[in-house]
Design a protein around this ligand. Structure first.
Ligand code: ASP
Ligand code: MG
Length: 421
């Protein structure tokens, strides 16, 4: 008998028929003799619809009320799913994040889980019932309802799996696992059977919409094995786990290619080229809570004593960052700020890069053959990222994917629902 946490995303419970299909799978897992905890997201586009509704009522919804509103989506699915499982002849009880003991800090809209007290869930399992937990929500120390940020149900599932020492946390979505590239861009991308948490973190933080980043961080920290798979098929998906000493995992040189369209680029032109300039720039940006990815500094050839500093950051945050820099123009000392709304970022990830030379030569060769200009480059031990023009991004992904022989010969990836989660 195993203890299994199963998480179903919004596309897996988009309507009553989908809900019944999920219920049948949960009931089957239970009847096979396992203890099952289900974490469920809001149905289909419910969260977006609720956000929309709030926007029609007011331009500035109070954060506390927004969180109460958004948690309603998951409450609808948890209750309906409990009914559907009950109908399959398996007793099921649904719980809000608060009832399930998911404790968070008090940052509305982007709360972090600080602990899980799963007594109620444990009791439910002991009584032979399936426990269903509303994803994406918890309760703060002040007893207010909070949400974990978009896509946060993955994190709920992994946190609960960690607290219960579950054997596996299955993340059900609308694709058959993690692919070597987004199948919407590379139709012959292949499924990755096993992926380390480290590679998964790099892929997820560079645009691969596979798992909520914090969920992977949790899985790594608490050693929770994940199985990312489709709720629309019976196929095995992708196992994401930490390597262990007995089983170090055979890691291929390259795991996959991620791409990101959510970033923009800012260039601060003519910053004084003296010690302390960069420090002033980045302390202003830190004060504005910037989430900066790449940074490049290069002095212009036509002027002395100044340098240009460019960085990428999520598009929606850039206007605030530019405003913060402008407000400190005098103390930083610069000529002007240029701001490019959209950039494309393609990232190649693989743990085997550490010990293999020649990876960057192949990557830059592929981009050059495809006639793609490189705007910026950044690397980690197991990743190389390149900024391209946004309209060249898909070509860049395909060129790199082929250059590393990642294209699959036979099976084509299937995207069932199309919403991505
Ligand atoms: N329902 C929330 C969202 O759409 C949380 C989730 O799906 O994981 O972002
Ligand atoms: Mg969702």
């Amino acid at each position: 008998m195993a203890l299994i946490v199963q998480k179903f995303g919004g596309s897996s419970v988009s309507d009553a028929a989908a809900m019944k299909r999920v219920a049948a799978r949960v009931a089957r897992t239970h009847k096979d003799g396992n203890q099952v905890v289900v974490v469920v997201s809001a149905m289909g586009d419910t969260t977006d619809d609720l956000l929309d509704l709030a926007g029609q009522v007011t331009d500035e919804p109070p954060a506390r009320e927004m969180d109460i509103l958004l948690t309603a989506g998951e409450r609808i699915s948890m209750a309906l799913l409990a009914m559907a499982i009950d109908r399959e002849g398996v007793p099921a009880r649904s719980y809000t994040g608060q009832q399930a003991g998911v404790m968070t800090d008090s940052k509305y809209g982007r709360a972090s889980i600080v602990g899980v007290a799963p007594d109620r869930i444990v009791r439910t399992l002991k009584e032979g019932q399936v426990a269903i937990v509303a994803g994406f929500q918890g309760v703060s120390g002040a007893n207010d309802v909070t949400t974990l940020g978009r896509g946060g149900s993955d994190t709920t599932a992994v946190a609960i799996a960690a607290a219960l020492h579950a054997d596996v946390c299955e993340i059900y979505t609308d694709v058959d696992g993690v692919f070597s590239a987004d199948p919407r861009v590379v139709p012959n991308a292949r499924r990755i059977p096993v992926l380390s948490t480290e590679e998964t973190l790099e892929l997820a933080s560079h645009g691969a919409k596979i798992l909520h980043l914090r969920a992977v961080e949790f899985a790594r920290r608490y050693n929770v094995p994940l199985h990312v798979r489709s709720s629309f098929s019976e196929l095995d998906g992708t196992i994401v786990r930490n390597p262990t000493e007995e089983d170090p995992m055979e890691e291929p040189i390259i795991a996959g290619v991620a791409h990101d369209r959510s970033q923009g680029k800012v260039t601060i032109v003519g910053v004084k080229d003296i010690p302390g300039s960069a420090s002033r720039v980045f302390s202003v940006l830190a004060g504005a809570e910037a989430n900066i990815d790449m940074i490049v500094q290069n002095p212009p050839t036509d002027r002395q004593g100044v340098t240009d500093i460019s960085f990428t950051a999520p598009k929606e945050g850039i206007p605030a960052l530019v405003a913060a820099l402008e407000a400190h123009r005098a103390e930083i000392g610069f000529e002007e700020i240029q701001h490019i709304e959209n950039v494309g970022i393609v990232s190649l990830v693989g743990a085997g890069m550490r010990t293999n030379t020649g990876v960057s030569a192949t990557l830059f060769g592929a981009l050059s053959d495809a006639g793609i200009n490189i705007e910026m480059i950044s690397t980690s031990e197991i990743r190389i990222s390149v900024v391209t023009l946004p309209e060249k991004l898909d070509d860049a992904v395909r060129a790199i994917h082929s250059a590393f022989d990642l294209d699959s010969q036979d099976v084509e990836a299937v995207v069932y629902g199309g919403t991505g989660r």
